[in-house]
Design a protein. Sequence first.
Length: 185
Amino acid sequence: MMTMRRAVELLFTRLVRSRLGVALMIAVLVLAVIGTGRLVSGPRDLTAGLSNRPREPITTVDPEQGDDGVIATPVPESPRTRPGELTPEQTATRFTTAWLDGSTASAEQWQSGLRPMSTPALTEKLAGVDPAGVPAGKVTGTPTLRPRTAVFAEVLVPLESGRLRLELVAPEGRWLVDAVDWERE
């Protein structure tokens, strides 16, 4: 009996104090908690809550509305022009002609030729610009209109030395050039 007592005492004192013993006791406790939880919860019914299943898939989008994806972009509105006023293409063509005439005119004449087709902001930006520094050339094709909204459009005019990009605005139905950019090709 003494041997048995000594063996149990040795088992508990050494086993409880070692890492292996602590890990075994934690594992036994976890299994006891899980087993108790399963006994208390009762049998599982896999079909519970699904007795009224829909016959068709549930959709959150009206199929009659069309594509609502991120890839789809709205078609820009056609530019609106007040009756009797120039279209964006006509304004861009006249502006480009005046822009290219800068090499033969003085700075004042050049700016006064651009002023009727420019916004006040662009006229202010062009004040003091020497027309001799403007990339000159001749028009080599027809202007390309890129409508953005009903009152904002971009027109690309191909020239022999690049492309003139004009941004036009028409807040009151009259198209005016608001920005000029030069792209070399």
